[in-house]
Design a binder for this molecule. Structure first.
Ligand SMILES: Nc1ncnc2c1ncn2[C@@H]1O[C@H](COP(=O)(O)OP(=O)(O)OP(=O)(O)O)[C@@H](O)[C@H]1O
Ligand SMILES: [Mg+2]
Length: 362
């Protein structure tokens, strides 16, 4: 059974008199005011819960406080105010020794730049966390080899890190995190140093592994497309604060403010949206075409566009028992294609079967 992670009103202030700075923030001071005094409010009042087995993504621009937040989650940084609870334990209340123990057994980090030891074999790198735990050699090698196999590196155990490509090195980093059986995986820009194609591969691999392993994952990225592919939920950070937490669909369909809205302009909506996000639940069935061409709530946006282009009326969305749950008039699809001009992103995507284009022209 995986664990639950809770952050409660977390603050981290660097610089002089941090406690005082938190008080000022609570009274409404902003980050810039504090900066004028040489104090950096890296994380301001962050609260969220990550459920067991969930992949929670923290997304934000450089300097928004993502890494600082992550380092408080594993106790590497002490919060200036607030609490972190993991597995029911308040990390902020543990002694250094207890914290080290929790970090060694229950929490694993995967870094951006792999952090492999150059003079250790792939196997010994993957076994490192187990070595720290004092697991005997034979067992740690067996578990390291298992984790390497999970990450697609069977047969590479005896190689040296510098004989591996970047993507393979990151797989070793991931294997090292998985070998310890830690419940909580913290991943800080883990795929950002990889070429786009390899990066996608790694994302797919993580999605596949997660289906099986159901770890509790906090994944940090500055890339919203990556966030939307990986995250069950996404927290968007700006200037130290979390400005929205929601599913990919929430963020696309109901951005909390102009800042979030400006982020989502470049996102390929067609990959994220499904019929349930775009349908109108108020319209009646007789306004739709309930014939053979209908959609399901989970029908992807592009497919919905293709269906819409083939039917004469609006598309009916039916549940598994063929009950009507919503209706999608063609005009509604156009509204979701992007900003005012009907951003052509979905039309050019490779999965599109011409549907979105036809809708945009209609
Ligand atoms: N040890 C420190 N001492 C002082 N200021 C710090 C320290 N660590 C981080 N900061 C500041 O806190 C703010 C948030 O930094 P953080 O590294 O958490 O951002 P980030 O979102 O991870 O950025 P990036 O995407 O560049 O990694 C920045 O203004 C940074 O300069
Ligand atoms: Mg960072």
């Amino acid at each position: 059974m995986s664990s639950r992670l809770e952050a409660e009103h977390l603050h981290k202030v660097f610089g002089r008199r941090p406690g005082e700075a938190v008080e000022r923030l609570r009274k409404g001071a902003d980050r810039e005011e504090l900066r004028a005094d040489g104090t950096t409010a890296a994380v301001i009042d962050a609260s969220f819960t990550v459920e067991p087995g969930e992949t929670f993504v923290v997304m934000g621009l450089s300097g928004s406080g993502k890494s600082t937040l992550l380092r408080m989650l594993n106790g590497l940084l002490e919060p200036t105010a607030g609490h972190v609870r993991f597995d029911g334990q308040d990390l902020t209340a543990l002694s250094d020794r207890e914290l080290r123990e929790v970090r060694a057994r229950k929490i694993s980090m995967v870094f951006q730049h792999f952090a492999l030891f150059p003079h250790r074999s792939v196997r010994d790198n993957a076994a490192y966390g187990l070595e720290v735990q004092g697991v005997p050699r034979a067992e740690r090698e067996r578990r390291a080899d298992e984790a390497l196999a999970l990450c697609g590196l069977a047969g590479w155990e005896k190689y040296w890190p510098d004989e591996l490509s970047g993507g393979m090195k990151q797989r070793v980093g991931l294997a090292r995190a998985l070998a310890t059986d830690a419940d909580l995986l913290l991943m800080d820009e883990s795929f950002s140093a990889l070429d786009p194609l390899i990066r996608r591969d790694m994302q797919d691999q993580l999605i596949d592994l997660q289906k099986e392993l159901k770890k509790t994952i906090v994944f940090i990225t500055h890339d919203l497309n990556e966030a939307m592919r990986l995250g069950d939920r996404i927290a968007v950070m700006r200037d130290g604060r979390i400005v929205q937490i929601g599913t990919a669909e929430d963020i696309l369909v109901r951005p909390a403010n102009d800042y979030v809205a400006s982020f989502i302009q470049d996102v390929d909506r067609s990959r994220v949206l499904t019929a349930s996000a775009v349908m109108d639940t108020q319209l009646r069935g007789d306004e739709a075409d309930c014939g053979c061409e209908t959609a399901r709530p989970e029908t992807p946006f592009n497919e919905l566009c293709a269906i819409s282009a083939r039917v004469s009326h609006a598309v009916a969305v039916l549940d598994a028992k063929r009950g009507l749950v919503g209706v999608v008039p063609r005009q509604r699809l156009v509204g979701f294609l992007g900003d005012e001009q009907g951003d052509p992103v979905p039309c050019d995507s490779p999965q599109d079967k011409g549907g979105a284009k036809a809708v945009a022209r209609a």
